[in-house]
Write a protein that binds this ligand. Sequence first.
Ligand SMILES: [Zn+2]
Length: 378
Amino acid sequence: MTVVEAPTLIAPHGGRLVDRSGPRPDGFERLEQIQLTSRELSDLDMLASGALSPLEGFMGRNDYERVVEEMRLERGLLWALPVCLAVDRPPHGDDVALTDETGRPLAVLEVDEVFEYDKEREAERCFRTTDAAHPGVARLYDQKPFYLSGRVTVFERIDPPFPELALDPLDTRRAFDERGWQRVVGFQTRNPIHRAHEYLTKGALETVDGLLIHPLVGDTKSDDVPAATRVECYQVLVDNYYPADRVLVSAFPAAMRYAGPREAIWHAICRKNYGCSHFIVGRDHAGVGDYYGTYEAQLIFDEFEPHELDIEPMFFEHAFFCRVCGQMATPKTCPHGGDDHVFLSGTKVRELLAAGELPPAEFSRPEVAEVLISAYRS
Ligand SMILES: [Zn+2]
């Protein structure tokens, strides 16, 4: 008899999937309450689900310092961005209650340390700029002056914006297992998927077992396309153009930091926790404006040994439809010039959609464009 071993998924970062959900403790009502910002709430939810494994709470000073300076936790494990909770002053008790913006209690934090931090240094190191016009830096500058660290126990999860797409790392891992996927590529997006992204994801899917389309649904800049519209775009695209047994769409609850290269690493580590063995990194991943060079978010992966990250980045160029090739291509695969390429600027696309006109089929699937046009109308 032959024993066929079940396929095994990639191990979580640090080896073990953290679970920081738990029951509401007795005497909870008497605790000092701390209200979290939307970014901190996203982080809290990801701590609860293990999406930020191996973190078990908001970072202490030693982890914070080493992450800011060297992109490593105190114990040496690769980690790209601070996950910190900012407060006005040191709390009184040993435990504090964490609440959402309406004061609803969600979690308890076992107070470990309270420390001051240097906002400009964090900006310079993590965002590569101290410019307050950068949305991530602006948010950092708005923060309260101390960081409060400690392990969290989350007894009430925030309401997911898209309940049908809310899958924790344990759920996506189970879904991959059930489908028999071992090698899974994750695709991070905060924009509607046009033909170019479809081409990248399908190109990646050709070499692995499954594709996780993992749109970020936490806080973004207000001029990004609303998450509800984007989610509808992904659904019509997947329903019409992807094989149902090879793709999973699920929401990534993180808030955008716009930290470019560092956030690319951070996004990859999170997707490893969700069970992805591969991760698509496009040009200017998680960038904003012109703060980062085109390839910085790809080159930063060279600063680490592949085994340190384990999840394998897949680097892609911008794609386009080439009329001579008669297909989607990139500068890596097409020798023809720009005149042969169907290219529309973001501004041009928005103009067409606002006027109720479909962009060329070489640029957008009509089903996706229709969703965007009706979103513009309302
Ligand atoms: Zn061509």
